[in-house]
Design a protein around this ligand. Structure first.
Ligand code: MSP
Length: 636
C-alpha cells in the first residue's frame, strides 16, 4: 500500500527571530518544541525538515547597526551567532537555518512579488496614516491610544506617501470559510476562535507591503519598482516556503506545505491572516497547522528588558542542564497556555520528577543488575503482562498527544510508567528476593522487567531529554544511538536481550539543594532577592558630565535635550523640564550613565541618562558632585 504524504515527511518551522534581540526563554520555548516534534518524527522513520532562522531586514536592524557603525549585514552576521550558539547548547537538531539576507531567499521573495503583481493582486496607492517607526506598522487615527502607537505606546508620525498594497481584503470570506472547514488549522481552539471573531467582526483591510527606500533602505527591493523595499513581515513569512527551495533535504516530491508553524500568540494574526491570504493569492496550499503557544512570565511578572528579568536560557541550561530546562518547559504548562518561570519551580521539577522518579529509577536498577547479576541482563522466568501492556500502550497515546502538540499530556502518560515501575520495585523488593536462593527466578523476572521498562522510557523520553536518555540507552548496552532507534519496531516488549552487558551510570539528574529559606523575620542580607554583586554594579558606567548646552525638546513639556561633556561630547534627553529651565542647567556637573543603550524619546536620540532623585512632589532633583570635578571622571 502506498504511504500517504504525512507518513513519509514532516516539516516543522519556528518563527524566524529578529537578529536584534538577545535570545530569551520565549525563543527557546518554540525552538525546543519544534525539536521535540522533529526528534519524535525522525524516530518514527519520517524524513524531517526542521527549519529555524533569523529575520534580518527592517528598521530596527538598520538603526541598531547604524548606532554601532556597522552595515546592517555586518550587524546581522554578528548577532546571528547568538542564536546558533544557543541552539547548540540546547541540543536543537534543526536541519536548516534560514537568514532573510540569503540571496536565494531574496530571489524567491521577488519572484512571489512579481507573480502577485502580474496577477493584479498588488496595487499602488496613496496612503495617509500614522506610522510607528520602531514597530514598522501603520495605524489609522482610530487605532491610536492617546495619540500613541496602540501596541508599544511610543509616538507615531503622520505620513502621506505612495505605497504598494496586497489586496488582502477580498480573501476575508474565503479565509473564514477555510478556518471553519479545517478545525485544526489554527490551534489551540481558543486562538482559532479569536481569529474567527476578529475576521467576522470587522472588515479586513489591504496590506501595505512596501516601504519607500528614502525612508528605509534595508530590505528587499520590489522587483517592479526599485524605489521601494518589501515590508519586513511579507519578506519574513515567505521564508517558510523559500527555504523549501534551497535549504531542504532531498525528497521525492515537495516539502511544501509545512505540517506545523509553531509561533507565539502575539504573532498569530500575521500568520493566520497575512500568510494564509498570501498563499491563497498565490494558489498555493496552506500549511496543515499553525499553533500559537502562550507566553512565559518570570516570577509572576512580564519579562522585559526594563525590569531586568529576561531569562537567558543558555545560563539556565548551564546551571541546571539542558535536559532539565527542556523538560521543565514542557512539563510545567500546557502548550498554548501562559506559564510562569521561576528557579524554585524548576528546582522542584528537577528534584521530584527527574532526580527522584526517573534518575533514581535508572541508577538503582543498574546498580542492582551489577550487584545481583554481574551487570548482565537476566533471563526472565515469565512476562509481566501488566507492565508490558502499560509500556506498549504509551506509544499510541504519545502519538495522539503530539499530533495536537500536547507535550504536557504526553509526558504525563510516560510518567505513568515511571511511577508504576517505581512502585513495582518497592513492592517486589529485589533486595529481599536476592537474599533467598529459592527466589532467584523471581528476582530475574523483576530486574528484567524493570530494565526493559527503562529501555521503553529512553525511547519515549528521548525527544524531550535527549542527553540523559542517550546515556541511559548506552548504559543498557546498545551500541547505536537511541536517536537512530525506530519507535514502531522498538516499542515491543522483550527486545532487551538477556545476557546483554550493562554499564554503570552516574546520576542522570543530581538533586539540587533548594535555596535555604531564612528561619523567620527579615531575609538575611545576602538572600534579599534584589541584591546585586559588586561585579554587576561595576557594569554600570557612571561618569561626571558638564552640561554644555540645554534646550526643550519640541512638543514636550518635560523633556530637555542636553549636550554634555563626559570626556566625549554626547546628547542625552532627560525628563526634568518640570524642575529646571534649560538655562540653569548649563555649566552644571551632573552624573551620567554612559554605557546605556541609546533610546529615542519623542524622536530625539538619547545616549545615556542623568541621575536624579524624584521626591513625592514629583519634581526631580539632579545629582551633582559635592566639589568641582572634571568632566568624564568615573563615579564609583
Ligand atoms: N521576526 C518575527 C517573527 C517572524 S516569523 C515569519 C518575530 N521575532 S521575535 O524575535 O520577536 O520572536 C518572537 C517569538 O518569541 C514569538 O513567537 C513570540 O511569541 C516569542 N516570545 C517573545 N516573548 C515571549 C515570552 N515571554 N514567552 C514565550 N514566547 C515569547 O516576532
Amino acid at each position: 500500500m502506498e504511504k500517504k504524504e504525512e507518513e513519509i515527511k514532516f516539516f516543522v518551522t519556528t518563527p524566524i527571530y529578529y537578529v536584534n534581540d538577545q535570545p530569551h526563554i520565549g525563543h527557546a520555548y518554540t525552538t525546543v518544541a519544534a525539536d521535540i516534534l522533529s526528534r519524535y518524527n525522525r524516530m518514527k522513520g519520517k524524513k524531517v525538515f526542521f527549519l529555524t532562522g533569523t529575520d534580518e531586514h527592517g528598521q530596527k536592524v538598520q538603526s541598531a547597526a547604524a548606532q554601532k557603525n556597522r552595515s546592517p549585514k555586518e550587524h546581522a552576521d554578528l548577532m546571528v551567532e547568538n542564536y546558533k550558539a544557543l541552539w547548540r547548547k540546547l541540543n536543537i537538531s534543526y536541519n536548516a537555518f534560514i537568514r532573510t539576507t540569503d540571496e536565494q531567499h531574496k530571489k524567491v521573495v521577488q519572484e512571489i512579488l512579481q507573480k502577485l503583481w502580474e496577477k493584479k493582486e498588488i496595487e499602488k496607492r496613496t496612503y495617509s496614516g500614522w506610522y510607528c517607526t520602531p514597530d514598522e506598522r501603520f495605524w489609522t487615527g482610530k487605532d491610536l491610544v492617546e495619540g500613541k502607537c496602540p501596541d508599544c505606546g511610543r509616538p507615531v508620525e503622520h505620513i502621506e506617501e505612495e505605497n504598494y498594497f496586497f489586496l488582502m481584503s477580498k480573501y476575508r470570506q474565503r479565509l473564514i470559510h477555510y478556518i471553519e472547514e479545517n478545525p485544526t488549522y489554527i490551534l489551540p481552539e481558543t486562538r482559532r476562535n479569536e481569529v474567527l471573531g476578529f475576521l467576522k467582526s470587522q472588515p479586513l483591510g489591504d496590506l501595505c507591503i512596501s516601504r519607500p527606500k528614502k525612508r528605509l533602505s534595508w530590505g528587499i527591493p520590489l522587483p517592479f519598482d526599485e524605489d521601494f523595499v518589501t515590508y519586513v513581515w511579507f519578506d519574513a513569512l515567505v521564508n517558510y516556503y523559500s527555504a523549501t527551495r534551497y535549504l531542504a533535504p532531498a525528497l521525492n516530491g515537495q516539502w511544501w506545505p509545512a505540517d506545523h508553524h509553531l509561533i507565539g500568540k502575539d504573532i498569530l494574526t500575521t500568520h493566520a491572516v497575512y500568510w494564509s491570504t498570501m498563499l491563497m493569492a498565490l494558489d498555493m496550499p496552506l500549511p496543515r497547522n499553525m499553533f500559537a503557544h502562550g507566553w512565559w512570565t518570570v516570577e509572576g511578572r512580564k519579562m522585559s528588558k526594563s525590569l531586568g528579568n529576561v531569562v537567558n536560557p543558555g545560563e539556565v541550561a548551564e546551571k541546571y542542564s539542558t535536559d532539565a530546562l527542556r523538560y521543565f518547559l514542557f512539563r510545567e504548562v500546557s502548550f498554548g497556555l501562559d506559564g510562569d518561570f521561576s528557579e524554585t519551580a524548576l528546582i522542584n521539577r528537577i528534584n521530584t520528577d527527574l532526580a527522584n522518579d526517573f534518575g533514581n529509577l535508572a541508577s538503582r536498577t543498574l546498580k542492582m543488575l551489577q550487584k545481583y547479576f554481574d551487570s548482565e541482563v537476566p533471563e526472565p522466568e515469565e512476562t509481566e503482562k501488566e507492565m508490558q501492556a502499560l509500556a506498549e500502550a504509551i506509544a499510541e497515546k504519545v502519538e495522539t498527544h503530539l499530533r495536537y502538540l500536547q507535550f504536557q499530556k504526553a509526558l504525563e502518560e510516560i510518567w505513568k510508567l515511571v511511577s508504576y515501575v517505581n512502585k513495582y520495585i518497592d513492592t517486589n523488593a529485589p533486595w529481599a528476593l536476592a537474599k533467598d536462593p529459592d527466589r532467584k527466578g523471581r528476582l530475574k523476572t523483576v530486574l528484567y522487567s524493570v530494565s526493559e521498562s527503562l529501555r521503553f522510557l529512553s525511547l519515549y523520553l528521548h525527544p524531550f531529554i535527549p542527553e540523559a536518555t542517550e546515556k541511559l540507552w548506552q548504559a543498557l548496552g546498545f551500541s547505536y544511538s537511541v536517536s537512530e532507534a525506530n519507535l514502531k519496531e522498538e516499542t515491543k516488549w522483550g527486545r532487551l536481550t538477556p545476557g546483554t552487558k550493562v554499564k554503570s551510570l552516574k546520576a542522570l539528574f543530581p538533586r539540587i539543594e533548594p535555596k535555604q529559606k531564612p528561619e523567620k523575620g527579615e531575609p538575611k542580607m545576602e538572600e534579599k532577592e534584589n541584591l546585586i554583586s559588586i561585579e554587576e554594579f561595576a557594569k554600570v558606567e557612571l561618569k561626571t558630565g558638564k552640561v554644555l548646552h540645554a534646550e526643550k525638546v519640541k512638543g514636550s513639556k518635560k523633556l530637555i535635550r542636553l549636550e554634555v561633556d563626559t570626556g566625549e561630547k554626547r546628547q542625552i534627553v532627560a525628563g526634568i523640564g518640570d524642575s529646571y529651565s534649560p538655562e540653569e542647567l548649563i555649566g552644571k556637573t551632573i552624573i551620567v550613565v554612559t554605557n546605556l543603550k541609546p533610546a529615542k524619546l519623542m524622536g530625539v536620540e538619547s545616549h545615556g541618562m542623568l541621575l536624579a532623585a524624584t521626591d513625592s512632589d514629583g519634581k526631580p532633583s539632579i545629582v551633582t558632585t559635592e566639589r568641582d570635578v572634571r568632566a568624564g571622571v568615573r563615579v564609583k
